[in-house]
Design a protein around this ligand. Structure first.
Ligand code: FPP
Length: 263
């Protein structure tokens, strides 16, 4: 292969599992809105619950694929604070899947070196769900290849409100003054203050919005959308997203390197 071809090969037609991670800019933290399970099931004349099951299975695939690329943090949106308004039977299916999932797949998560954490209003969830969270977090604390963060009963606005409440309590008790509240201090009161902000947020299924996901943390995330439904989102789609991300110029409100050099 000519030198020129090899330099630009990731931007050409080669978009498969054999794309060399060394040619890509790899996000430290990838976040995914797992959307399209219902439509996936409908297309196959299956109940929505089958779509959610297929979606949960595909989470394993995502973890493996992210491991291949050396992504350190992967956050997935599994249940939002708004999802309680779905029919009771669907909420029940999602809760059941959640309870099953982490015990059943723990050996695979262990084999892949995946630590599991949760983000969301976990304290308001039923006790059996809280116990699952505790068990999965405690049992995987030692794993350090990748961290899978499952957003469950998560809402970005609720997260911000709860951070504001914690700060208000500290002001009321005299521990801090209102003028001590900075963006950094605020961020320290979010659910997972030690986790870096997501670099890239992916939403499959053709919808182009972030739906109350990582509202604070995603302020400067790159966004990537795909028409593929979540249960079909595989290595090809992840690779396409990473190729697009590699080409993005992240300026965080500043100037690109080229523009700075022009000055
Ligand atoms: C949105 O698709 C998907 C959800 C509300 C649930 C996502 C949950 C999973 C993939 C299961 C995760 C499970 C575990 C154990 C972490 P939708 O059903 O709204 O799709 P539609 O827009 O096509 O109807």
């Amino acid at each position: 292969m000519k030198a020129e071809e090899s330099k630009f090969s990731i931007f050409s037609k080669r978009k498969t599992a054999d794309t060399d991670p060394a040619e890509l800019k790899i996000p430290t933290h990838l976040a995914v809105i797992m959307d399209g399970n219902g439509r996936w099931a409908k297309k196959r004349m299956l109940p929505r619950s089958a779509g959610h099951r297929a979606g949960a299975d595909n989470l394993k695939t995502l973890c493996k694929n992210c491991g291949h690329y050396g992504i350190k943090y992967v956050t997935v949106y599994a249940f939002s604070t708004e999802n309680w308004s779905r029919p009771e039977s669907e909420v029940h299916t999602l809760m059941e899947l959640f309870v099953e999932y982490f015990d059943r797949y723990d050996p695979e998560l262990e084999a892949e070196g995946i630590r599991v954490r949760f983000t969301g209003d976990i304290a308001s969830l039923p006790q059996n769900i809280r116990e699952v969270c505790k068990r999965a977090e405690e049992g995987s604390k030692h794993r350090d290849r990748m961290t899978l963060i499952v957003a469950f009963n998560y809402g970005g606005r609720r997260e911000i409100v709860q951070a504001a409440q914690k700060l208000a309590e500290k002001v009321a008790s005299g521990e801090i003054r209102s003028e001590d509240i900075t963006e950094d201090l605020f961020a320290q009161h979010l659910y997972l203050p030690d986790v870096p902000d997501p670099d890239l947020i992916i939403r499959p299924s053709g919808e182009e919005r972030t739906s109350n996901f990582l509202v604070w943390e995603g302020a400067y995330s790159e966004l990537w959308f795909s028409d593929v439904l979540w249960p079909d989102f595989g290595m090809k789609e992840l690779t396409d997203a990473l190729i697009a991300y590699t080409k993005r110029d992240r300026r965080f409100g500043g100037l690109s390197k080229e523009k700075k050099d022009e000055e």
